[in-house]
Design a binder for this molecule. Structure first.
Ligand code: DAH
Length: 353
């Protein structure tokens, strides 16, 4: 029996020497050292020996068991340390390697222009305001001195909303310009007014220089003793801030129903410097004789003030309304051949700005 035990112990130590993983070691422990192991079965046979033999064989058995246990513990320690090392090697992090920056988006070109325009006017005391982009005919036309049957309305290629009419304010429209904000601002009854209303506008139009949804910024100043020179000063200020220090505006007589007098505002061309000619005498291709057309402006018509319940004998003011897309397309460095590309969400275009 003693021999048997010794053989078994030897076989177990040999087997342990060949164990390569902690998982193998675990099954070894269950099979060979557990309660149901062969070794244990032999130990149970000790009871059938003579007291003499039981003592010597028992002592030998204990020693063998301890030897196997020691070999087992040594193996376990060895495997644990190498597996921890392997793990550490595999998961080593080099903290000195530069990080990977996640891709970062940026504001749309139009949003960037809106922020810039807002900031320029804020510095001279104009507050950015918001008014509805779906509004009543009254605010979009009627209160702006454009009666229902007036042909001037044709210019605005309006989308009408299929909604019940308001008995006083008429039909509902998608605002075709930001001028609807004028009388709405007057209704707040806070004078003087210095507002800049920037919003989406909608017209039935689409080609290289028009989109059905675009943006305008509308300036309105109402105060006492306001003259055209104030308007010109504000427009020149904007032109210098937005386009560059050497740019100026000019006012060309025009006609709008809601201003009197009315103007079209031009800005000196940034390519030919306002001369209309390039070096060598060729005609500038960007402008018309040195000027680019920016948008409309004028002195607020007394009828518009009356619609806003403001006394035109006491108060006066100026207004202007320009397209954001158009204005930014005229800034040098931004080349937009086809304005529709702004709203096609094509990253190849948008990523450039
Ligand atoms: N609302 C006009 C348009 O969309 C632009 C305009 C012209 C606005 C003259 C004004 C103004 O405030 O005074 O064409």
């Amino acid at each position: 029996m003693r021999e048997k035990l010794e053989q078994l112990a030897k076989a177990m130590t040999d087997e342990l020497a060949g164990v390569k993983t902690l998982a193998e070691l675990q099954s070894f422990e269950v099979e060979k050292l557990g309660r149901k192991s062969e070794f244990n079965a032999l130990l149970k046979g000790l009871g059938g020996l003579s007291p003499e033999d039981r003592k010597t064989v028992g002592m030998a058995a204990n020693r063998l068991k301890q030897e196997v246990q020691a070999a087992f513990d040594a193996k376990k320690a060895e495997l644990e340390s190498t597996s921890a090392g392997a793990l550490a090697d595999a998961e080593r992090i080099d903290v000195t390697v530069p990080g990977i920056r996640p891709p970062q988006g940026h504001l749309h070109l139009t949003s960037q222009a809106i922020s810039e325009i807002t900031a320029i006017f804020r510095r001279i005391g104009f507050s950015r305001v918001r008014h509805p982009e779906v509004d009543w005919d009254w605010y979009a036309f009627e209160s702006l001195n454009m009666p229902g049957d007036h042909p001037a309305r044709d210019e605005w290629e309006t989308f009408f909303v299929d909604a019940p009419n308001d008995p006083k304010k008429g039909k509902m429209v998608l605002t075709p310009h930001t001028s609807n904000g004028q009388v709405r601002e007057m209704e707040k009854r806070k004078l003087p007014i210095r507002m800049i209303n920037i919003a989406k506008c909608y017209r039935r139009q689409i080609d290289v220089s028009h989109v059905p949804m675009f943006h305008q910024f509308e300036g309105l100043l109402i105060d006492r003793h306001v003259s055209v020179t104030h308007l010109k000063g504000v427009l020149d200020h904007f032109a210098r801030e937005f386009f560059g220090p050497d740019r100026v505006t000019r006012l060309r007589p025009f006609h709008f129903r809601f201003t009197e007098p009315s103007f079209e505002v031009d800005i000196s061309c940034g390519i030919c410097g306002g001369t209309g000619k390039l070096e060598g005498g060729a005609k500038c291709r960007l402008c018309k004789e040195g000027w680019l057309e920016l948008g409309g402006a004028g002195m607020v018509h007394p009828n518009v003030l009356k619609a806003g319940k403001i006394d035109p004998e006491e108060w006066g003011g100026f207004a202007f309304g320009w397209g954001v897309e158009r204005t930014m397309a005229m800034k040098s460095g931004v080349r937009i051949d086809d304005i529709r590309v702004l709203y096609k969400s094509d990253f190849r275009f948008l990523k450039q700005f």
